[in-house]
Design a protein around this ligand. Structure first.
Ligand code: SF4
Length: 278
């Protein structure tokens, strides 16, 4: 029988896409969904562990899409300049390109590809999530079903999967050295994964030596950011933000201790990309 359509769901190693996979499995078991993860090679170990747990729940392997060329290759192509919000070559080359290489032949052969994306009902629908090929259909099941952040947490808890382990210190998936990290996340990366932090520092040093205008974190190098007095300042500022947010937050009777606060709740939503952080 000729295949006329295909269903795919990209996992970032983050909370929302995992909850969407659980939701689709529970509510639309009739769809044969290909779950995939695009590996930049610079992911946290907790991401692989979480995806392993998710595979157990889904009862099928998650397809791993590896970029044909790694971060170091692309870094050289970009003259050792670090990727940044203004020049996000990393997402383009390491996340989107492998996906396109995978589905392009399917689309060209006339197969309709349905891609399920984890935009929640409490999030804005931004342009750019729409498809650029007539056979690629983007679906937003959480938006359609009115599932918000609390709903996502319920799905993960109810399934027994829970949150990825990195949630105890960072609320986003993505590369260890992602430039979308807030200063507090850099401090925590240093504490939790000192080797990954040292690697990021080395990339930064090399970039600056090659004339890169970007450091990983805006306005200061990682060397400067991790001076003891600076660390203390960053931690104090972070605690103050949490206190302010807790005062503003309405108490949910089902969660008297409050919902876990995302970094985006505290620092405002960054224009991060779905492939990396959802
Ligand atoms: S997680 Fe950050 S550094 Fe990694 S590909 Fe995505 S935007 Fe780039």
């Amino acid at each position: 029988m000729d295949i006329k359509e295909k269903h795919v769901l990209g996992l970032s190693g983050g909370r929302d896409s995992a909850a969407l996979a659980v939701y689709m499995r529970q509510n639309f078991p009739e769809f044969e969904i290909d779950y995939f993860f695009t590996d930049t090679g610079k992911e946290l170990p907790e991401v692989y562990e979480f995806l392993g747990r998710l595979e157990g729940f889904l009862g099928k392997p998650i397809r791993q899409l590896n970029p044909d060329r790694d971060f170091d290759f692309w870094l050289k192509q970009y003259n050792s300049f670090l990727p940044s919000p203004q020049a996000r070559w990393c997402t383009r080359q390491l996340k989107l390109r492998p996906f396109e290489q995978w589905i392009r032949p399917l689309l060209e052969s006339g197969i309709k590809v349905y891609s399920y994306v984890a935009i929640r009902s409490d999030e804005e629908y931004r342009e750019g999530y729409t498809s650029r090929h007539k056979n690629l259909k983007v679906r937003l099941p959480f938006k359609e079903a009115g599932i918000d952040k609390a709903g996502v947490l319920e799905i993960l808890e109810g399934s027994g999967l829970g949150l990825p382990d990195y949630y105890s210190w960072r609320t986003r998936s993505g590369c260890t050295f992602c430039f979308f990290q807030q200063k507090i996340e850099w401090v925590r990366l240093m504490e939790q994964h000192p080797e990954a932090f040292e690697e990021a520092k080395a990339y930064e040093k090399n970039a600056v030596e090659h004339g890169s205008p970007f450091t990983w974190s805006q306005g200061e190098s990682l060397e400067e950011l991790t001076r003891p007095e600076r660390i203390e300042q960053i931690k104090e500022e972070h605690t103050r933000r949490i206190e302010r947010m807790r005062i503003k937050q309405q108490v949910n009777p089902l969660r008297p201790d409050g919902e876990p606060l995302d970094i985006d709740d505290l620092y405002g939503q960054a224009k991060v990309c779905l492939a990396c952080h959802k």
